[in-house]
Design a protein around this ligand. Structure first.
Ligand SMILES: NC(=O)c1ccc[n+]([C@@H]2O[C@H](COP(=O)([O-])OP(=O)(O)OC[C@H]3O[C@@H](n4cnc5c(N)ncnc54)[C@H](O)[C@@H]3O)[C@@H](O)[C@H]2O)c1
Length: 264
């Protein structure tokens, strides 16, 4: 049953970079919104990332799947291929430079360029006081959640241009600033940078993070609108929209997909 809660709720962002104007080139069903586009999605073998990958592929994009374990990449790629979707995959721990290089190389090898980078991979190894966090925890969270998206985009940027177009809370808040800064810096190259800010979304990640804070029991079904639990697909629809031509005049925005959870 739903019980009201008085703790505050932090909605935490996931960055999306999209090239606005690349022309199509690699076949597929051209009637689809993202036909002939290429999307690289990190952390995309489970949860929100997997749902975003599936949705972008359903909309016609070729999607490069990635996460830390080969078996998970193989499973996600096989599942989506069975659904008739255009995907490829490689292992990429976003905190490792050599893995990021391999992800870039895979995208270029299969697709020749990249239109969308969706950085979903994120970690929160500790739920606790900010000032009680060790240096190792700070390094891990900032490395994966903030540094990796920036470094990955810097590696992919030349290939997006060539196509002719287009401690956890602290780390995620830093992404809001990174989104604004990169949106301004990359606007002259017709590259849009937006951020989705999920509220409570029902995935393994939220079970661990919010379970440790004693909040998961609030989200037991059955809960109906407006108290229903967010699902990964709720995020995927917004990312598909941000990657579509309909969003070509939207950049530098952070958009919440949070239902009622910000009010907790
Ligand atoms: N679920 C929520 O309620 C919620 C709320 C706000 C923000 N988020 C954010 O959404 C994103 C996805 O979370 P989710 O709920 O889908 O979690 P999830 O655990 O279901 O999926 C996380 C994915 O990221 C991958 N991953 C983790 N660390 C990685 C790394 N270093 N390199 C590459 N891949 C890595 C995992 O393998 C997995 O595929 C995260 O950035 C999280 O911070 C989630």
């Amino acid at each position: 049953m739903f019980r009201p809660l008085i703790q505050s709720w932090k909605r935490l962002p996931t960055p999306v970079a999209a090239h606005s104007m690349r022309s199509t080139s690699n076949g597929g069903n051209c009637s689809l919104k993202l036909a002939n586009k290429v999307a690289v999605v990190t952390g995309s073998t489970n949860g929100i990332g997997f749902s975003i990958a599936r949705r972008l592929a359903q909309d016609g994009a070729h999607v490069v799947i990635s996460s830390r374990k080969q078996q998970n990449v193989d499973r996600a790629v096989a599942t989506l291929k069975k659904e008739g979707l255009g995907v490829s995959g490689t292992v990429c721990h976003v905190g490792k430079a050599e893995d990021r290089e391999r992800l870039v190389a895979t995208a270029l090898e299969h697709c020749g360029g990249v239109d969308f980078l969706v950085c979903v991979a994120g970690v929160n190894p500790l739920v606790g006081g900010t000032l009680k966090s060790s240096e190792q925890i700070w390094d891990k969270i900032l490395g994966v959640n903030v540094k990796a998206p920036a470094l990955l985009l810097s590696r992919l940027l030349p290939h997006m241009e060539n196509r002719g177009l287009g401690v956890y809370n602290v780390s995620k808040t830093a992404l809001l600033g990174l989104t604004k800064t990169l949106a301004v810096e990359l606007a002259p190259k017709s590259i849009r940078v937006n951020c989705i800010v999920p509220g409570y979304i029902n995935t393994d990640f939220s079970q661990v993070s919010f379970g440790l804070m004693g909040r998961v029991s609030l989200f037991q079904p059955p809960l109906l609108f407006p108290y229903r639990v967010g699902q990964p697909e709720d995020c995927a629809g917004l990312v598909a929209f941000l990657c579509s031509p309909e969003a070509s005049y939207i950049t530098g925005e952070s958009i919440a997909v949070a239902g009622w959870s910000p009010h907790l």
